[in-house]
Design a protein. Structure first.
Length: 306
């Protein structure tokens, strides 16, 4: 598999992790999951992301899952390797690359407070990873670490192996525009893929994002929005997005959002079971009724759109 580089674009869907009803890792289900995403036209896959329940896996389970999923996937795979220390990060990154991954993703740990601390942390990341290309995950709502545009540009300038930004600042549209303005005037241009469940995808594309790296139980929404945008049909891209938005919004709820996503993925045949590994919240009958209503309305909107 080719290594991840600055030209990456499209939709790299954040994959959920399949478990059996009793919470065991479902390795056979990894094949089913990979096939589901590939059939929806994604450009790549991201494993062990925030919504992949990565902290609930043992180190050996992570390696087994990566080997199984990457062997099945014929498209680039990025692996989340964020860890409290550099040693476990490096170990998982090397395992991922040995399994055939295209690159890895690293978020800043929550104890970083100053610009220099952030820059120095990614210096250590770059030194530890060596030639492995990495994605800088900018997710202040989760990490509590604010990474200004100037700091991102310093990291990108210092590390040729930093090839992508996973943009999950919120609000953060002006950050995308500022990074693109900088690259237009001489800064090294890297790929920018947007997160946050795709809730701002049309606006992010308009500001200069190259696509999405996030999860949604209907990944074809993001695929079709990006395709329409690339074809120059912004209105159709927004119409497609609008049809899916209520369910995408529902999935972004703290606590039950992942349970909702896995319920829909199971309903659609991607997973044999919607189980979250403990600890994790379960959907109530009222939650399931909400989701079914949203899917029915979404189906009608898509039929009207044609």
């Amino acid at each position: 598999m080719a290594l991840l580089d600055e030209a990456a674009n499209g939709v790299y869907v954040i994959a959920a992790t399949p478990f059996t009803d009793d919470g065991a890792l479902d390795l056979a289900g990894a094949d089913r999951m990979v096939d589901f995403y590939a059939e929806r036209g994604v450009d790549g896959l991201t494993l062990l992301g925030v919504m992949g329940e990565a902290p609930k896996l043992t180190a050996e389970e992570s390696r087994q899952f990566l080997r199984r999923a990457i062997r099945r996937m014929r498209l680039p795979v990025v692996v989340g390797v964020s860890a409290p220390g550099l040693a476990p990060m490096k170990e998982l990154a090397e395992s991922a690359m040995d399994a055939g991954a295209a690159g890895v993703m690293v978020a800043a740990p929550g104890h970083l407070r100053t610009d220099d601390q952030i820059v120095n942390y990614y210096r250590d990341v770059g030194d530890s990873l060596g030639a492995i290309p990495f994605v800088l995950q900018d997710y202040p709502l989760l990490t509590g670490v604010q990474i200004p545009v100037g700091v991102i540009l310093r990291i990108v300038a210092a590390h040729p192996t930093c090839v992508m930004l996973k943009h999950e600042d919120w609000p953060g549209l002006n950050k995308i525009a500022a990074l693109r303005a900088a690259s237009d005037t001489g800064a090294r241009r890297i790929a920018i893929l947007a997160g946050n469940g795709g809730l701002f995808l049309p606006e992010e594309l308009a500001r200069g994002a190259d696509g999405a790296m996030t999860g949604f139980a209907f990944p074809e929404m993001m695929v079709d929005v990006v395709k329409a945008w690339r074809a120059g049909d912004g209105e159709r891209a927004r119409d497609i997005f609008d049809a899916y938005l209520p369910l995408a919004r529902y999935e972004q709820q703290p606590g039950i959002g992942l349970a909702a996503r896995k319920y829909v993925l199971s309903r659609r045949g991607a997973f044999a079971s919607p189980t979250l590994r403990r600890p994790g919240l379960a959907l109530s009958p009222a939650d399931i009724a909400d989701i079914e209503r949203l899917i029915a309305r979404q189906t009608r909107r898509l039929e009207e759109l044609g």
